[in-house]
Design a protein around this ligand. Structure first.
Ligand code: SF4
Length: 112
């Protein structure tokens, strides 16, 4: 940040300071952030089918923390994330079920 403070990324705003230009990155603050993130979501994630596909990160936690003071991102965020992953997996399954010539066309036209 312009004031010299360090944060996990540009999307976490000012609510997750982890040090500054004088002190450097403070390991204890990083550890606390990791624990808070883990504690906030462990119960919800434990039974979530999308766990290995999940992209929820500190930015989501920082966003809700900044707006409401809550440490746990709203469940609606998780539901939206699961729907997105479900649509992506559905597309994969549908693509794999296509006849060979159609899949070959997709392979030939894919952007690399
Ligand atoms: S979508 Fe939510 S509950 Fe599922 S793994 Fe991600 S953070 Fe956890």
């Amino acid at each position: 940040m312009p004031d010299g403070s360090f944060h996990p990324c540009e999307r976490t705003g000012n609510v997750m300071p982890i040090g500054d230009v004088k002190a450097g990155i403070v390991p204890a603050r990083v550890g606390r952030l990791q624990r808070e993130f883990h504690d906030a979501l462990t119960d919800r994630c434990r039974d979530c089918w999308a766990l290995r596909l999940c992209g929820l990160c500190f930015a989501a936690q920082a966003s809700c923390s900044d707006r409401t003071g809550a440490k746990v991102p709203p469940s609606a965020l998780c539901e939206a994330l699961c729907r997105t992953q479900e649509r992506a997996l559905t597309l994969v399954v549908r693509t794999l079920a296509l006849p060979d010539e159609r899949r070959a066309w997709l392979e030939a036209t894919k952007v690399s």
